[in-house]
Design a protein around this ligand. Sequence first.
Ligand code: NAD
Length: 256
Amino acid sequence: NLKGKTAIITGSNSGIGLGVARELAKAGADVVLNSYTDNDEDHALAKEISDQTGTKARYIQADLSNGDKARGLVEEAGRCDILINNAGIQHVAPIEEFPAAKWDAIIAIMLSSAFHTAAVALPMMREAGWGRVINIASAHGLTASPYKSAYVSAKHGVVGMTKVIALETAEEPITANAICPGYVMTPLVESQIPDTMEQYGMDRETAIREVLLKRQPSKEFATTEQLGGVAQFLCSDAAAQITGTTISVDGGWTAL
Ligand code: NAD
């Protein structure tokens, strides 16, 4: 039961972040949703979660490509017992054609923002006497694929930083872990399909089975509800001694 805890979930107006926010709210946590937009729909998502779960939910706009804004998100939330670093983008291109600006944006949004949010959240967790840092890394935090240089680098970096946070909080009631999903069907994955089709000259179905799910032996996408469940487990007492590690939710990808 997460009653009385506040969870900040970065990049949570869509996909995995939204799914994790919904599951944590169902478990009783107050949740802070975030993205870089500030639309009525963003705030409506928070209201919907409040209405459905009876917990407090709010939406805070912050563009996490900017370190100060990432820090500002946690400062504005004012409390952070559970930090879920989830925001992410993807770009697929060979290194020699990979736009430098895309490299910078991916490293900033997926790696640097997790450093900035943790820097503000950890003192809040210490003050509260309990904390959970859960970084949504990827199977690409443990293995690589061609054409995803920035993404693979950022995700490996996130796994490394997770270990450092775990060591810096080792003697405290705070844990830090990374969840490493294989493919989960979300807008981020959907948006990769056209590029993948073009890169490999395949139709949609073939691209999904032969490229996206090629390394996912289960041949099934994971669900955002399953990821929310794993995050909830990491917040439980049973997981109190799990720290500085990765939990793969990848249908066997990293067993290959
Ligand atoms: P998504 O596109 O549905 O969600 C990404 C979220 O990040 C959105 O809410 C988006 O608004 C937010 N975001 C992007 N740029 C931002 C910025 N500058 N500032 C603030 N928020 C920003 O994608 P998703 O699949 O739900 O991905 C969520 C996370 O899970 C990512 O870190 C992704 O790398 C990781 N992941 C996804 C999969 C998958 O198969 N979908 C697999 C492994 C890891």
